[in-house]
Write a protein that binds this ligand. Structure first.
Ligand SMILES: Nc1ncnc2c1ncn2[C@@H]1O[C@H](COP(=O)(O)OP(=O)(O)O)[C@@H](O)[C@H]1O
Ligand SMILES: [Mg+2]
Length: 328
């Protein structure tokens, strides 16, 4: 039987008038990666903070490896690592000094700290930069150190809150491989993200949350088959023309079409095949697209497929969050 590493049931949290979590449920089997996907303001960080015992829930249950976040907060803290959106490392210390500091805070013997620090620096591709101040690191290196810092005490469960937001594709790729390695070693990872691609690449299971509620709980494959793996967008002269185009191609098999302003958007598993038929149909009806773009589905496409609506984003919470962190 697989152990449940993280268990959440009916979890709710509000901040004054704002309902951040409105009764969410999910369970994460040990040794898997769980993706919490949602736009800004969906409640991802709140869920992580509750699970990491930073803030108490108003209602519901939250357990980490069988320990209740309220009644057994100490036991939970001992078993988790947390790397947040804003890097927690000190830019004026070297990478190694940062890890030492964390090790001392977690009261590990200094011999153990030295061994772990060297091990983490090596594993995260930071060995060469180990004795340089962190302010000289790239964004990707800082983020890797931040994840490394959460691992000094070897927690079996790791929370990563938007670990790759703001990283360039290279930094993102490097962090992804670090996360994969951790999981290969048996660590359970809960990561939050706004990128469907990230959840798809890393997670065994994805929960999509919107305004504090779960709107989908599925494997990446199942989620994508509900969604289609490719989004093709054709620019059509006008809004009316695009609406007409959508109604003409609505019957093309294995595809979903909709107009969005002057854009005809087609979601499908086999874009090449579907596109030929779409273009034939449009051509036969005297419609010639002016632009064409093909891309992978985004979080917004997930929302369109699940709710029929676009993502309603809050402005990025970074600034407010920093102010809050300062006040805590
Ligand atoms: N400490 C707080 N005080 C007031 N409102 C908060 C606080 N933390 C989060 N919120 C609000 O709760 C909602 C969920 O926020 P959050 O969990 O940070 O979402 P996400 O991480 O998905 O962007 C948002 O509307 C946010 O503004
Ligand atoms: Mg957040």
């Amino acid at each position: 039987m697989t152990e449940t590493a993280i268990y959440v049931e009916g979890l709710a949290k509000r901040f004054g008038e704002v309902v951040a979590l409105d009764g969410i449920d999910f369970a994460v089997p040990a040794g898997t990666v769980f993706g919490l996907l949602g736009p800004n303001g969906a409640g991802k960080t709140t869920a992580v903070r509750v699970l990491a015992t930073v803030i108490p829930p108003d209602r519901g249950r939250a357990e980490v490896l069988g320990h209740d976040v309220r009644r057994a907060a100490e036991a939970v803290r001992y078993r988790i690592g947390l790397a947040g959106q804003n890097a927690a490392v000190d830019p004026n210390l070297t990478g190694r000094e940062n890890l030492r500091l964390i090790g001392r805070l977690t009261q590990l013997p200094s011999r153990t700290i030295e061994v772990r620090a060297t091990e983490i620096l090596g594993r995260f591709g930071l060995a060469d930069a180990a004795d340089r101040p962190v302010r000289t690191y790239s964004g990707g290196m800082r983020r890797r150190l931040d994840v490394g810092a959460a691992l000094v005490h070897r927690p079996p469960v790791l929370f990563l809150d938007e670990p790759t937001t703001g990283l360039d594709p290279e930094g993102r790729n490097e962090l992804w491989s670090v996360i994969r390695e951790l999981v290969a070693d048996g660590t359970t990872v809960l990561l939050t993200t706004q990128y469907l691609e990230e959840a798809d690449r890393l997670a065994d299971r994805i929960v999509v949350i919107d305004k504090g509620r779960v709107i989908a709980d599925d494997t990446p494959a199942a989620l994508k088959s509900r969604l289609g793996s490719t989004v093709t967008e054709l620019g059509i002269g006008s809004e009316e023309e695009a609406a007409r185009a959508a109604s003409l191609v609505v019957g093309v098999p294995e595809s979903r079409s909709e107009s969005d302003g002057p854009i005809l958007r087609i979601t499908s598993q086999d874009a090449a095949k579907v596109l030929i038929e779409v273009l034939r149909t449009l051509d036969a009806n005297g419609i010639t697209p002016t632009t064409l773009s093909v891309r992978q589905p985004s979080l917004d496409d997930v929302f369109l497929a699940l709710t029929g609506k676009h993502v309603e984003e809050e402005p990025p919470a970074d600034r407010r969050e920093m102010a809050k962190a300062g006040a805590r």
